[in-house]
Design a binder for this molecule. Structure first.
Ligand code: KG4
Ligand code: ZN
Length: 341
């Protein structure tokens, strides 16, 4: 059983070690956070607390199983909004204690990093992972369970955050990524000149703050169609992502595939550009189905399966929730990314 509650999705799933998702439920909190234009941590934690216990029961019912049939409980233990993480982790601990089943404290980012292997049994290690979500923007070489080398991260905003802020500037509402993608499809990506921060530099990281400010200035100028701004923003962001990923491919050494995960992996233009990049390098391109890209509990359950299969010991019931939890502890701290992971 996987439990996810690190941001604004409450989710529970049952997954087998041969990659069957037996049941899963997910409740988004978009309606609660929409009036504020972003996730309010306290509202998120309360909504998780209201929803999680009934959801655990519902998922067991959906699968026609009882807790007896569950082998282990995997709960997100960080990084994320600490109130929500604690709600999910405590729920996992209570279930583990009541049932006598092992508890696995899962890093949310590890859930994203391994999710492509849930969708694709043939995806072998090592692979280069672009993890792009609302809170994270990282390039990681994934060599095995628990073996991650960070090759780049953001020094300010995450890519999903840049999409969300662009949506806010353009008045498209929340969550912004899908709305920006839809509007961009109607615009001319060349109509509005926008910067491509760090493009072509030897520096390994991402930066989107300057692009976001340029979007704001373009909007305030009042002369551009919103669709052109959206299209220009999306193209500039993609150019940056491709440039940074190309650099990471050169630094990664041997990898068998280029993989994208996280909420922004749902963006078709981002996927298409990455697919072209992989093809140019003679690499396989793997992107999980959209439901596995955005936050979900199947990826947390799957990370639990992978950890058990790799011989990882269960975690003690007093394991702590971690608001920050880098996948690669050896990587140098970077200001923007440090705030979030
Ligand atoms: O992985 P996720 O569900 O949650 C986090 O861990 O952050 O990612 C959510 C992020 C949001 O910033 C959202 O705007 C972005 O993914 N997103 C998209 C698209 N769908 C979701 N960004 C661009 N295009 C999309 N189609
Ligand atoms: Zn996530």
């Amino acid at each position: 059983m996987g439990i996810e509650s690190s941001c604004d999705e409450t989710a529970v799933a049952l997954v087998t070690d041969d990659r069957q998702v037996l049941a899963q439920r997910i409740a988004s909190q978009d309606d609660e956070h929409r009036p504020f234009g972003g996730v309010v941590p306290e509202i998120a934690a309360r909504a998780h607390a209201d929803r999680l216990a009934p959801m655990v029961r519902a998922v067991l019912d959906d699968a026609g199983l009882t807790l007896d049939a569950v082998d282990a409980i995997a709960a997100t233990a960080g990084p994320g909004l600490i109130g929500g993480v604690m709600v999910g982790l405590v729920t996992g601990k209570a279930l583990a204690m009541a049932s006598g089943k092992p508890l696995l404290a899962v890093n949310h980012l590890e859930g994203h990093a391994l999710s492509p292997r849930l969708a694709d049994a043939s995806l072998a290690y090592p692979y280069l992972l672009l993890l792009v979500s609302g809170g994270h923007c990282q390039l990681l070489k994934v060599t095995g369970v628990g073996q991650y080398t960070r090759l780049g991260t953001t020094i300010d905003d995450a890519l999903g955050e840049a999409f969300d802020k662009t949506a806010k500037i353009l008045g498209l509402g929340y969550p912004g990524g899908p709305a920006v993608e839809r509007l961009a499809a109607q615009g001319n990506p060349k109509a509005v000149p926008l910067p491509r921060p760090l493009l072509g530099t030897a520096e390994p990281h991402f930066s989107f703050a300057g692009l976001k400010s340029a979007v704001l200035r373009a909007h305030e100028a009042g002369v551009h169609a919103p669709a052109d701004i959206a299209a220009g923003f999306q193209q500039a962001a993609i150019d940056c992502v491709i440039d940074r990923t190309r650099r990471a491919l050169a630094a990664a050494g041997e990898v068998g595939a280029l993989v994208v995960a996280g909420g922004v992996a749902a963006n078709k233009a981002v996927r298409a550009a990455l697919e072209d990049l992989a093809a140019a390098h003679g690499l396989r391109f793997v992107a999980p189905p959209l439901a596995l890209c955005t936050d979900n509990a199947a990826m947390i359950a799957w990370a639990g399966c992978e950890k058990l299969a790799a011989g990882h010991a269960p975690d003690p019931l007093d394991v702590a929730a971690r608001p920050r939890w880098p996948l690669d502890p050896a990587a140098e701290a970077v200001r923007g990314a440090g705030v979030k992971a």
